[in-house]
Design a protein around this ligand. Structure first.
Ligand code: AFD
Ligand code: MN
Ligand code: MN
Length: 430
């Protein structure tokens, strides 16, 4: 059974908050006008912003120690769609979903497509999974997949990616994202060059099978599950692979997949410059691939990433058009709440980056005025754009306060009654 938040309920909640929002919006409008910025133009761009939700993000995540399931967890991809619809109905930011196969594979893709369309949702990048063994699988991925030393295992991993493309075509997607867990745990275990060559050979087969209009996005990750080396360890290996494969192979930047303190915004700039920025997995991180909620730890870093993105758009950089996706694991919060919050935080970084006075910044850069250049960025970052985000949501039928409206709706309590307890507390990083 599917349950959708009643638009009247959203409207009712909004009515109570409307007057205060109008006041805050008008006050911010006057402040921005003094800097020559038209708040309406910014609100229109804020409303057009979108970030896709990962299908695996609506279930409760876990660590390798334990998982503590929440009430009313989605049982299958149809349930996941219901949860995604709530996130989008309230936030108006997440109308597309990035599925993960085989987790989200179904017998009848027509039924899945019908349901997503009825909820106003579409399908973004397809994620393949060769980091786990599936029941009945002939060859194990314990020692790798696309880069495995054994040819039959590599072929099995290639075939899975080709299958993912086919499923993705049925859903109207146009991108395959490939992240492999391949790597080594011990120095000497794996020959770096030979493993990378095998990976490239496998990816060439996948690349050759891309349908017209499709891209493949490669995701790098510094460590985990392999703890000594990974085959696509960093953006260097990533972009080398993408360059080797061809124009339609690009790099995907997951914010949690770098060494601590890494200058991610500079990596983003390099990828933009060479037309290799495929997209993002947004999340936040304190130590590693923590998959914390976007903006929870380093909001300034996310703003600086968006500063590069907005700058590329402002300069009309050729071949620029990355995909924006969330990739998070919610271990102690209600995933629906975390995903709404996170989508809004990503949008917030984007909107703040729109406020940067770019001609002034360029002038300060040319004059080597480091202090004023930095202050120009800070002026945008320090502006509270919340009224713009709330106004954009409301105008599209979303909630001024999505968390409060969600809690008032009783959605979680309702699905907890309808969906069987997911039970158990087995471990597992998603
Ligand atoms: C894992 C990886 C990576 C990937 C995701 C989906 O760390 O972030 O995007 O699985 O395949 O969490
Ligand atoms: Mn990711
Ligand atoms: Mn990750």
């Amino acid at each position: 059974m599917s349950m959708r938040i009643d638009p009247n309920q959203i409207e009712e909640q909004n009515t109570a908050l409307q007057a205060a929002l109008r006041e805050d919006y008008d006050a911010l409008g006057r402040t921005l006008a003094r800097a020559g910025i038209d708040i309406e133009a910014i609100t229109i761009q804020a409303a057009a912003f979108e970030v896709a939700v990962p299908s695996w993000g609506v279930g409760t995540g876990g660590t390798r120690f334990a998982r503590f399931p929440g009430p009313g967890e989605p049982v299958d991809v149809f349930d996941k769609l219901d949860d995604c619809a709530v996130i989008n109905d309230l936030s108006r930011l997440t109308s597309s979903i990035s599925p993960h196969f085989p987790w989200d594979a179904v017998d009848d893709f027509g039924a899945l497509l019908e349901k997503s369309a009825s909820l106003g949702l579409t399908w973004d990048s397809i994620n393949s999974n060769t980091f786990q063994d599936q029941p009945g699988q002939a060859h194990s991925y314990k020692y790798g997949s696309l880069s495995h030393t054994d040819e039959a295992t590599r072929e099995q991993a290639i075939a899975h990616n080709l299958q993912c493309i086919e499923w993705g075509q049925q859903l109207g997607s146009d991108t395959l994202t490939v992240w492999v867990g391949d790597g080594s745990n011990h120095p000497g275990q794996s020959h770096f060059q030979r493993a990378f060559e095998r990976y490239l050979d496998s990816m060439r087969v996948i690349y050759a099978a891309l349908p017209d209009g499709w891209e493949v996005h490669i995701e790098h990750k510094m460590f985990e599950p392999a703890f000594y080396s990974t085959v696509i360890q960093d953006w260097g290996s990533n972009v080398l692979a993408a360059m080797e494969l061809g124009e339609r192979a690009k790099s995907l930047v997951d914010l949690g997949h770098h060494a601590p303190n890494c200058n991610i915004e500079m990596i983003v700039s390099r990828l933009i410059q060479f037309k290799k920025l495929g997209g993002f997995h947004f999340n936040d991180s304190k130590y590693g691939d923590d998959d914390l909620d976007s903006g929870a730890i380093h909001p300034y870093q996310m703003f600086l990433v968006f500063n590069e993105l907005v700058d590329a758009d402002y300069r009309k950089q050729e071949g620029f058009g990355p995909r924006y996706l969330l990739d998070q694991s919610h271990n102690v919060t209600d995933p629906i709440e975390s995903l709404m919050n996170s989508a809004i935080e990503v949008q917030r970084a984007f909107v703040k980056a729109l406020l940067v006075d770019r001609p002034a910044l360029e002038g300060f850069q040319d004059d080597n005025d480091a202090l004023m250049a930095s202050n120009t960025l800070k002026a945008a970052f320090n502006t509270d754009v919340s009224p713009i985000l709330a106004m954009a949501r409301q105008r599209q039928g979303g909630a001024i306060d999505p968390i409060a409206t969600y809690r008032a709706s009783g959605y979680r309590e309702q699905v907890a009654k309808e969906r069987p307890d997911s039970g158990g507390s087995g471990s597992g990083i998603v």
